[in-house]
Design a protein. Structure first.
Length: 292
């Protein structure tokens, strides 16, 4: 996908806080901007793309994105609830060199330095911070700044997060390479339930199999079939969360042909078995209800 540049205007030279609302879905295309971004999803669910990461998102999804890291949230088209999010854009002057080099901001500076990898905050921690995000919408200007600093400091001192793009990611591709990635991604979305061969996908972008493998690994920082299996596992996670389907049914409904291979891939990408993943999500859902 070709990322679009998105200009971020604001009266403040430090940050901008925005309540993004849509009747049904987030629809801004894959984009980037120089301002680091903190996004808290209040409602909606779908697929979140950050660099070479593709994951499902739900309410109380909280991520931190570094400067010029391409991203988008694509809501499920069949949902009826509105899509709403609180977004904090950190302006260039917010990252004042004297501030970031001071001992008082050492932890925050370390956190912001890691946002180029994309940071997904654990839902339990996101729920703890949710009242602060909601206060941002009505607080006066100076109080908003204090709340933003509190959010950053609390995240900087927490270990409840993971990196979305551990190898890093750059969106600086030429027009031809952007077009190729777009074709590849669209093909995966349309064909992940079928057998996908290297010869078929490479022919879609007019490459030899060998050149395609090199190209994809260089741009996306992971081999093509690893990317494909990760996409399928995230489709499986969506079914685990949203349905009562049996694990074996979910395996085949996600594009896998072998239950044993599905289990190995699930553990590789999620660090647990499918049954455990479903149980853990249900427990977090109960926590969310208690906090609301």
């Amino acid at each position: 996908m070709k990322p679009h540049f998105k200009p971020i205007s604001s009266e403040s030279s430090l940050f901008k806080i925005e309540l993004q609302e849509s009747n049904k879905q987030f629809d801004y295309p894959w984009h980037y901007h120089p301002e680091p971004e903190i996004t808290y999803i209040l409602s909606s669910h779908g697929v979140r793309h950050v660099g070479n990461s593709t994951e499902n998102f739900y309410c109380d999804d909280l991520v931190l994105l570094g400067s010029n890291l391409p991203h988008t949230w694509q809501s499920c088209r069949e949902e009826d609830e509105p899509a709403t999010a609180i977004v904090i854009y950190l302006k260039e002057d917010f990252l004042n060199e004297s501030w970031m080099q001071s001992i008082e901001f050492k932890a925050i500076a370390g956190l912001l330095a890691e946002t180029n990898k994309g940071i997904a905050v654990d839902r339990e921690k996101a729920l703890q911070l949710k009242p602060k995000f909601l206060r941002l919408l009505k607080a006066p200007a100076f109080e908003k700044m204090i709340i933003v600093m509190e959010i950053l400091q609390e995240l900087a001192r927490s270990a409840q997060f993971r990196f979305l793009c551990p190898q890093g990611f750059t969106g600086a591709l030429n027009r031809t390479d952007n077009a190729r990635i777009n074709v590849i991604y669209d093909y995966i979305q349309s064909h992940y339930l079928q057998q996908v061969s290297l010869s078929e996908i490479s022919s879609r972008v007019n490459m030899s199999e060998k050149y395609f493998s090199r190209f994809f690994s260089k741009v996306m920082k992971k081999p093509f079939f690893e990317f494909l299996n990760e996409y399928r596992i995230n489709r499986a996670c969506k079914l685990l969360i949203e349905t009562d389907m049996q694990i074996s049914e979910i395996c085949y409904a996600s594009g896998f042909e072998s239950v044993s291979f599905f289990y190995r891939q699930f553990r590789k990408f999620k660090g647990c078995q499918p049954k455990t993943y479903r149980k853990n999500y249900q427990q977090v859902g109960e926590l969310r209800l208690q906090a609301s």
